[in-house]
Design a protein around this ligand. Structure first.
Ligand code: SF4
Ligand code: ZN
Ligand code: ZN
Length: 503
């Protein structure tokens, strides 16, 4: 099979655009995700380095693994048992990196950088699941991109590479297989753009599985033949994305094999749904529902029920403001930033208004006095406030919600998709802006959070002052965003007796 479009990247940027500092590092970097594709490439490199443009002693290969902290235990064990001994024998350099914390200013930590790696690290100082639990949510897409993968893998790899290579270019090997040509082409396009923007060749993408025309089945067969044990997909246990996560059957089978991992994922999803009825792992469809519908999952559901019963709980008061979206006319007359809002900036003018009160030179002049001029509002941005108003056992927090419902005349209702009970005191209206407010009991751990101007806008819209319950703690002072200052901190970690020390 030929794939010329992929491999016609310029060896370097045109000479006129090449900075004086440009040089090739001569290093090949393999992003190692622990799965079948990158494992197959690694085995191919180990078997015949020179065939893939590497030195016979593999001294010019660096294998880099970005640790999310939520990898399946059997994927870690597979690589520990079957792959690391091969890396040690060939003295291949393996670098394991992870996020240092929630903010970019926390930098990247190097968990291990060794030609004699003993194990794959299960986690760094800040796991993806830590982030999701603190936010009370599950992995989601934003603008068609998986933000979790960008933040916990791509970003770490880019920062490490910038630190390692400076302005020197390297060859970046990615495990797209022959069935993933469009993804590889997209990746090449993105890298070409990044190289052009940087005015130099940051790296040259290289896709060995496509070159040797190996599809997923061929890759799995090859790894099995080489290592003698079938390899499983590698992904975070809470991953909901098809194409990344295994097929539904394989995923659920794995959850059955690891009921305690499954219970953790189900608990994460439960909290997410408690705070947002529509955000289960698969949109409004929950993993919990999928597993409940299948009689083979009793052990998993029992582990989940037990973990839910035993988890420290909190009562969260969840308030939302749904603002009205800007209208087309607001964009037309006020551009990207509306500084002089008129009534028609958030409420579309009716056809009658447009005909009867046409726009002048600068904008429509209608005052909106006539009801017949005022059309619909559309939903715009939503702000959420989460405040913890009670902490205790599961039963204690559920009883608190019910008691508050009686005391404050709230409506007790079970979520349409989740079945989770909430006490509502403000319900979303038909037009915007509108608000909602409720109390719900769920496992503790979600950080209290709201925008600085939330209370002001909430009071403007409702006439209410703050929460119904009494928050158990103050909101953290809004800290100024810590900047990376352009250079991300890269630190080394030492693990002594299971304790991680960051230098
Ligand atoms: S495996 Fe899934 S959940 Fe984990 S980082 Fe990748 S996309 Fe996100
Ligand atoms: Zn406007
Ligand atoms: Zn009008």
């Amino acid at each position: 099979m030929s794939a010329p479009a992929l491999f016609d990247l310029p060896a370097a940027a045109p000479s006129t655009a090449v900075p004086a500092t440009f040089r090739r590092s001569g290093i090949t970097v393999l992003s190692y995700g622990l799965g079948a594709d990158s494992t197959a490439i690694l085995l191919m490199f180990l078997t015949a380095p020179e065939r893939y443009g590497l030195r016979a002693d593999l001294s010019d290969l660096v294998v880099v693994h970005a640790v999310t902290g939520d990898e399946w235990p059997d994927s870690l064990s597979y690589v520990d048992r079957l792959v690391l001994p091969l890396l040690r024998r060939a003295r291949v350099r393996l670098v394991q990196i992870a996020r240092g914390g929630p903010e970019d200013a926390d930098g990247v930590v190097i968990l291990d950088d060794s030609r004699q790696p003993r194990r794959i690290f299960a986690q760094g100082p800040w796991r993806l699941s830590d982030e999701l639990r603190a936010a009370g949510t599950v992995p989601q897409m934003a603008n068609g991109r998986r933000t979790c993968s960008i933040k916990f893998k791509g970003w770490c790899l880019d920062q490490w590479a910038a630190h390692e290579f400076g302005t020197a270019s390297f060859r970046r090997v990615i495990g797209y297989h022959a069935g993933e040509l469009p993804r590889a082409e997209k990746d090449t396009g993105i890298q070409r753009r990044l190289n052009a923007e940087a005015g130099r060749t940051i790296c040259e993408p290289h896709y060995p599985l496509i070159l040797v025309a190996m599809d997923r089945a061929a890759v799995e067969a090859y790894v099995l033949e080489q290592l003698g044990e079938p390899i499983r997909k590698s992904y975070c246990a809470q991953c909901p994305f098809s194409g990344v996560c295994a097929s539904r059957d394989a995923h659920e089978e794995r959850l059955r094999a690891h009921p305690h991992v499954a219970a953790d994922v189900l608990r994460m999803e439960y909290v997410s749904q408690a705070l947002n009825e529509r955000v289960a792992l698969y949109g409004t469809t929950s993993l919990r529902k999928r597993l409940t519908d299948d009689g083979r999952n009793t052990a998993v559901m029992d582990a989940f029920a037990l973990s839910l019963d035993q988890a420290p709980h909190a009562v969260y008061e969840v308030r939302r403001i749904y603002f009205a979206a800007r209208t087309a006319e607001c964009r037309q007359w006020h551009g990207g930033n509306c500084r002089t809002p008129r009534w028609w900036c958030r409420q579309a003018r009716t056809e009658e208004c447009v005909q009867g009160h046409p726009a002048g030179r600068f904008e429509p002049w209608c005052s909106g006095y006539w009801d017949s001029c005022r059309g619909e509002t559309a939903k715009g941005q939503a702000w959420r406030s989460v405040r913890t108003v009670f902490e205790g056992t599961r039963a204690g927090t559920q009883a608190y919600v019910r008691a508050m419902a009686v005391a404050h005349d709230m409506r007790l209702e079970q979520g349409e998709h989740s079945g989770i009970e909430r006490a509502h005191y403000l319900t979303v209206g038909d037009s915007y802006p509108t608000v909602s407010g409720y109390l719900v009991a769920a496992p503790a751990g979600v950080h209290d959070k709201q925008r600085p101007r939330f209370e002001e806008r909430f009071t403007q819209l409702t006439g209410r002052d703050g929460t119904v319950g009494t928050p158990v703690r103050e909101l953290p002072e809004p800290a100024p965003r810590r900047r990376t200052g352009g250079t991300v901190l890269i630190r080394r970690v030492k693990t002594i007796g299971g304790v991680m020390l960051i230098a």
